[in-house]
Design a protein around this ligand. Sequence first.
Ligand SMILES: Cc1ncc(COP(=O)(O)OP(=O)(O)O)c(N)n1
Ligand SMILES: Cc1ncsc1CCOP(=O)(O)O
Ligand SMILES: [Mg+2]
Length: 216
Amino acid sequence: MDKSWLRLYFILGSNNVPEDTNVLSVLEDALKGGITLFQFREKGIGARQGLEKVELAKQMQALCQQYNVPFLVNDDIDLALEIGADGVHVGQDDKPIEEIRAICPKNWIIGVSATNTDQAVTAKENGADYIGVGPIYATKTKEDAKKPIGTEGLQAIREAVGNLPIVTIGGIRLGHVFDLIHSGADGVSVISSISKAENPERMARVFSEHLQFSVR
Ligand SMILES: Cc1ncc(COP(=O)(O)OP(=O)(O)O)c(N)n1
Ligand SMILES: Cc1ncsc1CCOP(=O)(O)O
Ligand SMILES: [Mg+2]
């Protein structure tokens, strides 16, 4: 995969936006602001299910296609196959990568979560296109998030996996970007920093600018 897609990776579901805010307009704002990859993550309290989930996924996919941004699905391989997504992101408790490769299109992007060096090395050996490393910092967005690993944890994982593409996740704010890139990240993935920003488009644009000035 093209590593530069990981630079500003936005993740969103319908329960990640403030009340009375349209989730599709938040995604469109983020696309206008310059996000480079998108993950549809519809889970947790109040998440849409069944046909409503499929419908939302299709609407988000159409927006991403309009802006030429690859569209990945979190966890739900069947949904990703059904709508022709560009790939999936799976965690340690989700479907194993070998089983996904056996049934998915050849060019699918498959990302795997890693919280420690063992998980990261195993994901690399199993053919992950990238790893999502974190949580780096504390987050309120994911209830069952593991303990934050900090930039030290990230550095150890970078050393263990060589040049495997790494995107960081968990509690990431603008002020963290420089440290993360200099600790080995190829990019940052964020939910609330953009989805709950007063102006998601401007926030995405400023993240993008910070990333440009943080080249390793
Ligand atoms: C880019 C990225 N990295 C990590 C995760 C977390 O995946 P997982 O551990 O499976 O947890 P859920 O997101 O499924 O709750 C991610 N989604 N994206
Ligand atoms: C999905 C996920 N996986 C590890 S932390 C996290 C939540 C990230 O959300 P935020 O960017 O709002 O901290
Ligand atoms: Mg998962």
